[in-house]
Design a protein around this ligand. Structure first.
Ligand code: FE2
Ligand code: FE2
Length: 405
């Protein structure tokens, strides 16, 4: 993609929300009205192997186009290379293990599941979501539509992938937003079922890829990396204030107590609230089955073991403390977010961490140790699953995806 094209798109997304919003509305109208007919008209794929091959081609071609104009360092820590790599690896193992899906769903879901954040994260600030209707998901969708023209993708496939990308954030309620141009617009949740109640699996597959990086040890690191600056994040169905010092308090309170606290939820509470929603009774976990449900439960159990660490303060000698923090920062910068962005964020957070009260730090030492141990278990398990998928994991922009393992 020519740099000018990206600049034009960035201009449209950032400065002409009205035009960008109209494009999203028309994408939604077309998809939500005609999904079944359009999906039925797509070229059949022989099997999952062919689906993975096709997805790999489209992902590689899209990232190739992005290589020149996109700066990794413009993405936000936690939503850049590390997340992209894990999303891709999750897409691969889901494709291989999530039985009974039409290979066309696997293909569409793999592409959308891998690219859902990366394309838009370089264009829209991840934590400006409460002031915009063209958020990182919509920006990614618009970017993909543009890229699809350059790589010559079938426009029906492009539309399905773009919609699945836009729908990945899975907000559950409408948001009335005063946009930067002063106009009030209202967002509407993206449905994951058709009017007759049938699940829209390309959307669900995309969300699976994303959600598998929303629980477990890597999410612990990902979320930590987002704390370099104060911002608003989505928690318990609303946007709330996140500030490093108050977020790091070792508290785990009821949702009622959290809502009464102007300082917002703590790290522990944020993670706990995510774990609690990964169930069949919640809209987030309703369509999980088979392998993805099993993996989800493994990750939940892993994160619960980490959170238990907050109940066991650990007093460390100065030497032990230095060693643990070195390991922690190294892990953040080489595995969770393996880029200069990750190095920078981990350095900023290291300074902030040293300024915390001693009693808070002792609790965190225990959680950090547990996270590093749980990460080793996760990494080993991922390698085992990936051994069964004989595809190249080398992609433009990020290199070898298994570097995060
Ligand atoms: Fe996202
Ligand atoms: Fe994501």
């Amino acid at each position: 993609m020519k740099k000018t094209k990206l600049l034009e798109l960035r201009q449209l997304i950032n400065n002409d929300e009205d035009k960008a919003w109209k494009k999203i509305i028309s994408l939604r109208r077309e998809f939500e009205r005609n999904f079944r007919q359009i999906f039925a008209s797509l070229e059949l794929l022989r099997d999952v192997r062919q689906a993975i091959e096709k997805a790999n081609e489209v992902i590689s071609a899209s990232l190739e186009v992005m290589c020149d104009p996109v700066k990794i360092d413009e993405m936000e820590p936690g939503h850049a290379i590390g997340h992209l790599s894990r999303d891709y690896l999750h897409a691969l193992i889901l494709a291989n293990h999530q039985q009974s899906l039409d290979p066309r769903i696997v293909y569409l879901g793999m592409v959308a599941g891998t690219l859902h954040d990366t394309l838009g994260s370089a264009l829209v600030k991840r934590y400006a979501e409460n002031q915009r209707v063209i958020r990182h998901a919509e920006a990614s969708a618009l970017m993909f539509l543009e890229i699809s023209k350059i790589i010559g993708l079938d426009c029906r496939e492009a539309m399905m992938i773009a919609y699945s990308i836009a729908a990945h954030t899975h907000y559950l309620k409408r948001h009335k937003v005063v946009c930067t141009d002063g106009v009030i617009r209202t967002t509407r949740p993206y449905p994951d079922t058709l009017q007759n109640g049938l699940p829209i699996y390309p959307v669900i597959f995309t969300r699976w890829c994303d959600r598998l990086d929303l629980i477990g040890p890597c999410y612990f690191g990902r979320h930590y990396l987002t704390l370099t600056n104060d911002h608003k994040d989505y928690n318990l169905n609303d946007f709330c204030q996140i500030k490093y010092h108050s977020h790091m308090r070792p508290l785990n309170r009821t949702s009622r107590q959290i809502k009464l606290d102007p300082n917002g939820p703590t790290f522990c509470e944020h993670l706990q609230s995510i774990i609690e929603t990964q169930i069949f009774q919640s809209p987030y976990g309703r369509y999980d089955y088979g392998f993805v449900m099993w993996l989800r439960e493994q990750l939940k159990a892993s994160e619960k073991r980490i959170l238990k660490g907050f109940e066991r303060p650990t007093a460390l000698s100065l030497r032990e403390e230095t060693k643990l923090l070195n390991n922690w920062n190294g892990w953040l910068a080489t595995k969770v977010e393996p880029s200069t962005l990750g190095v920078k964020a981990s350095e900023i957070l290291h300074e902030k961490f040293l300024g915390l009260p001693q009693e808070t730090k002792t609790v965190w030492y225990s959680a950090m140790s547990s996270t590093l141990e749980e990460y080793q278990i996760w990494s080993k398990q991922m390698r085992k699953f990936l051994d069964q998928v004989s595809f190249c994991r080398q992609l433009p922009l990020l290199g070898e995806a298994t570097n995060v393992l």
